[in-house]
Design a protein around this ligand. Sequence first.
Ligand code: NI
Length: 185
Amino acid sequence: MIYPVTVFGDPVLRKKAEPITKDFPNLKEFVQNMFDTMYNSDGVGLAAPQVGQAIRIFVIDSTTDEEEEDEVPGIKRAFINPEILEKKGDEWVMNEGCLSLPEIREDVSRPETVKIKYNDEDFNEYIEEFSGFTSRVIQHEYDHLEGVMFVDYLNPLKKRILKSKLTAISKGKVIPKYRIKVPGK
Ligand code: NI
């Protein structure tokens, strides 16, 4: 099942998402639907608030990266109740986009490596480090669970330039190829 994607202006994107418990109903189905929704909109990552749920789940597929020749191959994975333990390494800039910010792409600087604790769909716990493009996608999606979007990192001038575009998105005037849920509707 493909969910509509929440866009800029929806309050769920600004909430701090809550952890889920082991008895969360139909977790595997929800995760599969998140993957389906992500692929349907050609995304490389999707966080639960982007489908209207303020819970700590995101999915990523960084195996499709064609821009960078990373030494490490990408991953396709769901992160349940993730917790970033450490960010380290030099910051590098990448032009980012977001399914909740259709038609906006901006350069964002983030640290190279992330150390993260998370559970899989069976609630097995892992602590792992990721670098390169995978780390980039994880940091972007993790931000969504904290109510943060990449436009928050832009300087005041760039924010000012983007303001009318963001307003248009929040009013449902920017229509991407995938289904969206317009705030308040
Ligand atoms: Ni995003």
